[in-house]
Design a protein around this ligand. Structure first.
Ligand SMILES: Nc1ncnc2c1ncn2[C@@H]1O[C@H](COP(=O)(O)OP(=O)(O)OP(=O)(O)O)[C@@H](O)[C@H]1O
Ligand SMILES: [Mg+2]
Length: 209
């Protein structure tokens, strides 16, 4: 079983959004995927209530219980757990990182977000867990080229010494629209650009282990 946690001490960077779309995609690719929601806001759990069908399950847990929950899922032969964490929760986020195989720090490419990422990087770097930064809600590429904002964000992030995903996720209505009735982009618009980006991100994530 692999465990990935999504973290960002800043609110609204897209942790839950990426968690949900990745979990659904992993299920489509034949993985037994589960989301563990340790955010008291419980947005992933609310999405689950709007969703038809059995998969992916979303379980709520407190960070302190995460260890036990993961041990249980290992016994159940779950392939992938995605842990959705809360903003402004350094202790809980650190626990989640510690228990994960990969920590993905989610940031928007704007300067205020890039400046705020230091707290999340510190949490990840205090643990032995491999971690990386993913840029989300980026201006979409123009003629298949990343925009200057995204290129500059990538450069600015180099100071942290963490890998930055070569796949960035664009600001696309499909990412939020799909969630309204409990779906994900690969179900909402399977051949759309948003679905393509999530597939590319998943490929990159899988290439890390
Ligand atoms: N790539 C994207 N394209 C369009 N909208 C997005 C994208 N990523 C996130 N959003 C929107 O931005 C808002 C915040 O996203 P989300 O709730 O996933 O962030 P979060 O980091 O989980 O927030 P919190 O810190 O409160 O848990 C939501 O309205 C979501 O629909
Ligand atoms: Mg969230």
């Amino acid at each position: 079983m692999k465990t990935i946690c999504l973290l960002a001490q800043k609110g609204g960077t897209g942790k839950t959004t990426l968690c949900l779309h990745l979990a659904v995609l992993a299920g489509e690719l034949g993985r037994r995927a589960e989301i563990v929601d340790i955010d008291p806001q419980a947005s992933a759990s609310a999405w689950r209530r709007r969703r038809q069908g059995e998969v992916p399950p979303v379980s709520r847990s407190q960070a302190a219980q995460l260890d036990g929950v993961l041990a249980d899922r290992r016994r159940q032969d779950i392939d992938l757990v995605l842990v959705d964490t809360a903003p402004h929760s350094s202790h809980e986020a650190a626990l989640a990182v510690q228990l994960s195989d990969l920590a993905l720090i989610v940031s928007r490419p704007a300067i205020l977000d890039l400046e705020a990422i230091g707290a999340s990087v510190k949490i990840a770097q205090h643990q032995a867990t491999p971690s990386a930064i993913v840029l989300n809600a980026c201006p979409p590429p123009q003629r298949d080229r990343e925009t200057a904002i995204v290129r500059e964000a990538r450069e600015a992030l180099q100071v942290y010494g963490l890998p930055v995903s070569p796949v960035s996720i664009s600001q696309r209505a499909a990412f939020s629209h799909a969630l309204i009735d409990g779906r994900a982009v690969t179900e909402f618009e399977d051949t759309g650009k948003a679905a393509g980006e999530i597939r590319s991100l998943w490929q990159w994530v899988e290439s890390r282990w």
